[in-house]
Design a protein around this ligand. Structure first.
Ligand code: MN3
Length: 239
C-alpha cells in the first residue's frame, strides 16, 4: 500500500464514521416508485438575473429528472442488490466500474443539494461557524473565493467545484469530473463531505452565459445560501 492508498483507506474509515453521520440530515430515500424529483423550493424565475428562468426550468425538470429516471432504472436492473438503499449509500459506496450508479446517483445527489445551496435572498456572507472555518483553514473569504473560482474555471469539460469538510476536520476546495462528488470515497481523488458545490456543466449556464463560464461563477457568489452551507457543515461534524 503506497502513501496515497493508505491515506485513502484511512479517509474511508473516517468518512463513514464521522464526516457523514448515518443520521444525515440529507438522506434521500426511495419511495415505492423509486427516487423522485424534489421541488426547487422557489420559482424558476427566482434567481434572475443571475440564472435565467428557462435554464432553471430545463435544468430541474429535464436534466435532474433524467438522472433520477436513469438511477431508478439502474436500481431496477441490479437484481435487488441496490434496492432500498438511500441515495447517500449509493453515492458513498459506488465503485469505478458502476458507471450507471456513479453518473446518476451522483447526478441526483449533486442537483438535490445544488438547489438548496443557491437561493434568492440567501445569507450573503458566510455565517457563524463556516465563516470561522474559512478564516482558519482557507485564509479568509477573499482567498476562499479566489481558490474556489480557480477550481471552477480550471475544471476541463463538465464537472463540479466543491467546498468540503475533510476527514481532518478542515475545509478544502476541490473539483470532480462529470457527476462525481467527494462523498464517493472509492473514486474521489480527495474524499470529504461537500458543504457547497457549483454545477459546471454547460447545461447550467449556456443559455445565458454561453462560453463565459467565469461570469457564471461570479454570479454564483450572489446566490449562495450560506445558511444552508452552515447546516451542511454542522451536520458533517464541522467545528
Ligand atoms: Mn446540472
Amino acid at each position: 500500500m503506497n502513501k496515497r492508498e493508505f491515506l485513502k483507506a484511512a479517509g474511508t474509515l473516517a468518512l463513514g464514521a464521522a464526516v457523514l453521520p448515518s443520521a444525515s440530515a440529507f438522506t434521500l430515500t426511495p419511495t415505492t416508485e423509486g427516487f423522485t424529483l424534489p421541488p426547487l423550493g422557489y420559482g424558476y424565475n427566482a434567481l434572475e438575473p443571475y440564472i435565467d428562468a428557462q435554464t432553471m426550468e430545463i435544468h430541474h425538470s429535464k436534466h435532474h429528472q433524467a438522472y433520477i429516471n436513469n438511477l431508478n432504472k439502474a436500481v431496477a436492473d441490479s437484481n435487488g442488490a441496490l434496492a432500498g438503499k438511500s441515495l447517500e449509500q449509493l453515492v458513498m459506496y459506488v465503485t469505478a466500474d458502476q458507471a450507471a450508479v456513479r453518473n446518476n446517483a451522483g447526478g441526483h445527489w449533486n442537483h438535490s443539494m445544488f438547489w438548496k445551496w443557491i437561493a434568492p435572498g440567501g445569507a450573503k456572507a458566510p455565517t457563524a461557524a463556516v465563516a470561522g472555518a474559512i478564516d482558519r483553514d482557507l485564509g479568509g473569504f477573499d482567498a476562499f473565493k479566489t481558490a474556489f473560482s480557480a477550481a471552477a474555471k480550471n475544471r476541463f469539460g463538465s464537472g463540479w467545484a466543491w467546498l468540503c469538510l475533510g476527514v481532518d476536520g478542515k475545509l478544502f476546495i476541490s473539483s470532480t469530473p462529470n457527476q462525481d462528488n467527494p462523498l464517493m470515497k472509492e473514486v474521489a481523488e480527495k474524499p470529504g463531505a461537500p458543504i457547497l458545490g457549483l454545477d459546471l456543466w454547460e447545461h447550467a449556464y449556456y443559455l445565458k452565459y454561453q462560453n463565459k463560464r467565469p461570469d457564471y461563477i461570479d454570479a454564483f457568489f450572489s446566490l449562495i445560501n450560506w445558511t444552508e452551507v452552515e447546516h451542511h457543515f454542522t451536520a458533517a461534524g464541522g467545528k
